[in-house]
Design a protein around this ligand. Structure first.
Ligand code: DC
Length: 223
């Protein structure tokens, strides 16, 4: 099995680029952020939100009630939370922030580790996240760290939300992105960090097709 680890900050284009590359390479695409989002959603539904003093304990206590699964339907990843398809609901901006908060809890990271590793055991996979090259798949065949400047990432995210009809404000998008990056890269366990053996791909000056091509070239060079 071939595994490609793609990590990077919010809005670097990881998921859109990785999804297209997986299609062209005939690999499956695994979006691991969706798993943290599902746990964030479950916690919110139970009234457990970030900022509370005992947030980590409360979220950890909920884990025994939770099942999270990823299923591929017509090549599209769907996420199931306790059997319910939550693929759309987990994309809300509020859940982005709650996902980032629950992802800092060690018990949550342990809870999702095997699930992610099992996907790579059974499939040629392009897996995207924050700690795939460093923790989840340290022996991945190819590791790519995708980034772009914060303003460009916020601009892309802003346009994506506007296209979806979500009313939003650019400065708010930039502030949320910076906050989430800070949280994701400063947590004690498995922070967002480029693996020593990863290739850095800065997409600030690249369009979508150029970014896809750059990733495919890196994969073909190595496998
Ligand atoms: O990729 P995303 O924006 O959907 O991820 C949501 C949050 O989940 C992100 O802010 C950090 C966390 N995450 C993580 O800690 N590790 C991963 N492998 C993927 C996501």
């Amino acid at each position: 099995m071939i595994s490609v680890a793609i990590d990077g900050p919010v809005g670097a284009g990881k998921s859109t680029v990785a999804r297209e590359c997986a299609k062209r390479l005939g690999f499956i695409y695994a979006d691991t952020g969706a798993l943290y989002r599902a746990i964030g959603l479950y916690a919110v539904r139970k009234g457990v939100e970030s900022g509370a003093e005992d947030h980590a304990e409360k979220v950890s206590a909920l884990l025994s009630e939770i099942t999270v699964e990823i299923k591929l339907e017509n090549g599209t990843q769907k996420v199931f939370l306790c059997g319910e398809d939550v693929s759309v609901e987990i994309r809300q901006p509020k859940i982005s922030m709650e996902a980032s908060a629950v992802s800092a809890i060690p018990a949550v990271r342990d809870f999702l580790l095997e699930l992610q590793r099992n996907i790579a055991k059974e499939n040629d996979v392009l897996m995207d996240g924050r700690d795939i090259g460093t923790v989840v798949l340290p022996s991945a065949d190819v590791k790519i760290f995708i980034t772009a400047s914060p303003e460009i990432r916020a601009r892309r995210r802003f346009e994506e939300l506007v296209n979806k009809g979500v009313e939003t404000d650019f400065d708010q998008v930039l502030a949320d992105l910076n906050r989430r990056d800070w949280q994701d890269s400063h947590r004690a366990v498995a922070p967002l960090k480029m693996a020593d053996d990863a290739v850095l791909l800065d997409t600030s000056e690249l369009d979508f097709e150029q970014s896809v091509q750059a990733v495919i070239d890196l994969v073909r060079e190595k496998v």
